[in-house]
Design a protein around this ligand. Structure first.
Ligand code: LHQ
Length: 261
C-alpha cells in the first residue's frame, strides 16, 4: 500500500506531502491518522520549528474521499462521527500547534481540502490552483472550520457566495480576497514555500506560537480581554532567550541567531 502521506525533516522544516494523487489526495481514515500523528511529532520535537504542507500530483486535496461514502440505499448517514473523529481534531491540532504551518497549495483544494489549507498559517498557492467550497454541491455545509474562517477572512458576502455556489475560486482571486497570503508562479511554488518555511524555522519559534494563539483568541475576545491576553503572552515572549538575542542582534547590527527557546 502506498503511504497516504510522505514526511521529511530538513533544516528544521517538517514537510508533509498528502500522497493519494490518484484521488487528488482526498482524505481517508489512514491519511487522517497519519497526518495527525505527523503534526503531533512536529509539536513534540524541538528540532522541528516549522511545517510545510503540500500535495502530491496535480491536486492539493479534494476533501473527503467520496468513494468511501457512496454507500447507496436509503439509509441516512451520520457524518458527525467522521467530523468528530477526524476533521475537528485535525483542525484543532493545526491551530493549536505552537509552530507555523506553511501550506503550498499545488493544485485544486476542494471541500475539507480547501478549509484545511485555509486553516494553515501562511498559505501560498500556485497560480493554476483553485479553492472550491464544494460542500453544497453534494448537499453539505462547509466544515473543517470553514464557516468560522471564511467570513473572517473574506467577509460575509464573499463567504456566502463561496459556500452557496460552490464555484471555483482561482488562486489569484483568493489572494485578492485575503483568503491566502500569496499566489505564485506554478514553477516557483515549492521553492518559495520552502524558503518561507526555512526562514520561519530559523525564527523565534516561541513568539510564533504565541502570535498564533493571540490571533485565534481575537476571534471571540473583546478588546479588553485581548489587551490582557497580549500582556500575558508578551510576558512569555519577553522571557525567552530569543527575545534577548533579538534585541542584542539589533543593537549590534547583526542578524539574530534564534534558537526557538
Ligand atoms: C475523488 C475525489 C473525492 C474520491 C476527486 N473522493 N475521489 C466531511 C465529512 C464526511 C463526509 C463528507 O465530507 C466531508 C467534507 C468534505 O470534504 S465534502 C466535499 C468532498 N469533496 C468534493 O465534493 C470534491 C469532489 N471532487 C471534485 O469535485 C473534483 O474532483 C475537483 C473539482 C476537485 C477536481 O476536478 P477535476 O480536476 O476535473 O478532477 P476529477 O474530478 O477528474 O478527479 C480526478 C480523480 O480524482 C477522479 O478519479 P478517476 O478515477 O475518475 O480519474 C475522481 O473521481 C477522483 N476524486 N475528488 N473527493
Amino acid at each position: 500500500m502506498p503511504q497516504p502521506i510522505l514526511v521529511a525533516v530538513d533544516a528544521g522544516v517538517q514537510t508533509i506531502t498528502l500522497n493519494r494523487p490518484e484521488r487528488l489526495n482526498a482524505f481517508n481514515p489512514e491519511m487522517h491518522r497519519e497526518l495527525r500523528a505527523a503534526l503531533g511529532r512536529a509539536e513534540d520535537d524541538d528540532a522541528i520549528r516549522a511545517v510545510l504542507l503540500t500535495g502530491a500530483g496535480r491536486g492539493f486535496c479534494a476533501g473527503q474521499d467520496l468513494s468511501e461514502r457512496d454507500v447507496g440505499g436509503d439509509a441516512a448517514i451520520d457524518l458527525s462521527v467522521t467530523i468528530g473523529t477526524f476533521y475537528n481534531p485535525l483542525v484543532r491540532r493545526m491551530r493549536a500547534l505552537p509552530k507555523p504551518i506553511v501550506c503550498a497549495v499545488n493544485g485544486v483544494a476542494a471541500g475539507a481540502g480547501a478549509n484545511v489549507a485555509l486553516a494553515c498559517d501562511l498559505v501560498l498557492a500556485a497560480r493554476s490552483a483553485s479553492f472550491i467550497q464544494a460542500f453544497a454541491r453534494i448537499g453539505l455545509i462547509p466544515d473543517s472550520g470553514g464557516t468560522w474562517l471564511l467570513p473572517r477572512l473574506a467577509g460575509r458576502a464573499r463567504a456566502l457566495g463561496l459556500a452557496l455556489l460552490g464555484e471555483k475560486l482561482a488562486a489569484e482571486d483568493a489572494e485578492r480576497w485575503g483568503l491566502i497570503w500569496k499566489a505564485v508562479q506554478d514553477d516557483k511554488l515549492m521553492d518559495e514555500a520552502g524558503a518561507l518555511a526555512r526562514a520561519l524555522a530559523a525564527g523565534p519559534t516561541r513568539a510564533y506560537g504565541l502570535i498564533k494563539r493571540a490571533l485565534d483568541a481575537s476571534g471571540t475576545n473583546t478588546l479588553d480581554a485581548q489587551l490582557d491576553l497580549e500582556r500575558d503572552l508578551q510576558r512569555e515572549a519577553g522571557l525567552t532567550a530569543d527575545y534577548r538575542e533579538g534585541v542584542a542582534a539589533f543593537m549590534q547590527k547583526r542578524k539574530p541567531q534564534f534558537k526557538g527557546k
